[in-house]
Design a protein around this ligand. Structure first.
Ligand SMILES: Nc1ncnc2c1ncn2[C@@H]1O[C@H](COP(=O)(O)OP(=O)(O)O)[C@@H](O)[C@H]1O
Ligand SMILES: [Mg+2]
Length: 247
């Protein structure tokens, strides 16, 4: 498999170099290298337990790497606290949405904008433009939304911090195919509006249609890195992540 091996260029928004993350004795990431360039959608694929969530949590400052570097626009960000990572411009829609169920849609969105003294009107307008259903339900308790709406809220909340880089952890998880298509269309729109995206997915077929490039993570190690088109036609990827005979 070809390796992109992108160098430390000024267009790199995010660079992971030799990233090691452990949970006690469990080594979840064993030297991950990954680059996301300005304006890209990059997907990180891998089976359950591969280390995808761990990777995103390390980027967000929720987990401290044991070794390696995380650079955002060239600056080291590993080891800095999560709220400072948000303030630098990294938004994270976590696995399982994690909306605040007893708070309204609007209150959830406000939480995403906590780094600003006042909720920025343009961010709120952008989120309501992308997700009209959230505008309709702005006063509804988040816990009463459907799964798809909660996912939209999780993405919207991350956008409220005005991120340059949006981290999405399995946004399609547990959603019906029609809703998944809607979510992926919106991710594309968010990217076209100028936000760089790192998309973690088990849904490889959809993710590779959206992404320019992809990485495949297996038990804490990147085993493939290639343009999405190459990954889609790669026999090993097809067998492991797209199912036999996938179109
Ligand atoms: N809080 C934790 N404590 C101990 N081990 C964990 C914890 N979270 C994840 N792991 C382990 O780290 C590995 C990677 O997990 P994770 O990053 O959640 O994978 P993925 O998101 O790809 O499914 C797995 O072996 C998982 O069991
Ligand atoms: Mg995960």
């Amino acid at each position: 498999m070809t390796s992109e091996a992108p160098s430390s260029s000024s267009t790199a928004v995010l660079e992971l170099r030799g990233l090691h993350v452990s949970y006690g004795a469990i080594e979840a990431l064993k030297g991950v290298d990954l680059v996301v360039n300005e304006g890209e959608v990059v997907t990180l694929l891998g089976a359950n337990g591969a280390g995808k969530t761990t990777t995103l949590q390390a980027i967000s400052g929720l987990l401290k790497p044991r070794a390696g570097e995380i650079r955002f626009h060239g600056e080291r960000v590993d080891g800095i606290p999560p709220h400072e990572v948000v303030a630098l411009g990294i938004g994270h829609a976590p696995e399982g949405r994690r909306v605040f169920p007893l708070m309204s849609v609007l209150e959830n969105l406000r939480m995403g904008a906590y780094r600003f003294r006042r909720v920025p009107r343009e961010e709120l307008d952008r989120v309501f433009g992308l997700f009209p259903v959230l505008a309709q339900r702005r006063n509804q308790e988040a816990g009463t939304l459907s799964g798809g709406e909660q996912q939209m809220l999780a993405i919207g909340r991350a956008l409220m911090g005005r991120p340059n880089l949006l981290l999405l952890d399995e946004p399609s998880m547990g959603l019906a195919p029609l809703i998944v298509s809607q979510i992926f269309d919106i991710i594309q729109e968010i990217n076209q509006q100028g936000t760089t995206v790192l998309l973690v997915e088990q849904n490889a077929a959809q993710a590779l249609k959206l992404a320019a490039r992809g990485y495949v993570l297996e038990t804490g190690t990147i085993v493939m890195s290639a343009p999405a088109r190459e990954l889609l036609s790669n026999p090993r990827v097809r067998a492991a992540y797209l199912g036999e005979g996938a179109e």
